[in-house]
Design a binder for this molecule. Structure first.
Ligand SMILES: [Zn+2]
Length: 138
């Protein structure tokens, strides 16, 4: 028999509370209600992530919050097999609105993740803070 400890399920990974700033507070307030917000620029029409006051494409300050269904595809990913809390996967998702965001993949067989696979956002609780966006295959 192996003397190594059995790693807990991936769901057992504790996620620290995210840092909430004045700029990101509307995002986290919405996340606490289960809503996923991105920002869109009224000047050039582009959506962006992460949320910023100034549009990263044209530097306009005419940006507005927009609720997103949180659907997209895996752009790239990496599975961490050796971790004290068990295997997990991180990567980038390209949202249907256009922006790419770094995230964790949960509730799935990590060996079956594929680039281009459709994924959907869900919120995962954190320790004492608002929930953070993660993704699962659909
Ligand atoms: Zn813009």
């Amino acid at each position: 028999m192996s003397e190594t400890q059995t790693p807990p399920a991936a769901e057992g990974r504790k996620i620290p509370a995210p840092a909430v700033t004045i700029e990101s507070k509307p995002f986290w307030d919405a996340a606490s209600e289960g809503k996923f917000l991105i920002k869109r620029c009224n000047a050039c029409g582009e959506a962006h992530w992460y949320p910023r006051a100034l549009c990263p494409f044209c530097f306009s300050d005419d940006t507005v919050w927009e609720e997103s269904p949180g659907e997209g595809v895996i752009y790239t990913y990496s599975v961490m097999h050796r971790s004290p809390t068990g295997p997990y996967a991180i990567g980038y998702v390209t949202l249907n609105e256009g922006p790419a965001m770094m995230t964790n993949f949960v509730d799935c067989d990590l060996s079956k993740l594929e680039i281009g696979q459709k994924v959907k956002l869900k919120f995962q609780p954190t320790e004492g803070g608002p929930p953070v966006p993660v993704f699962s295959p659909v």
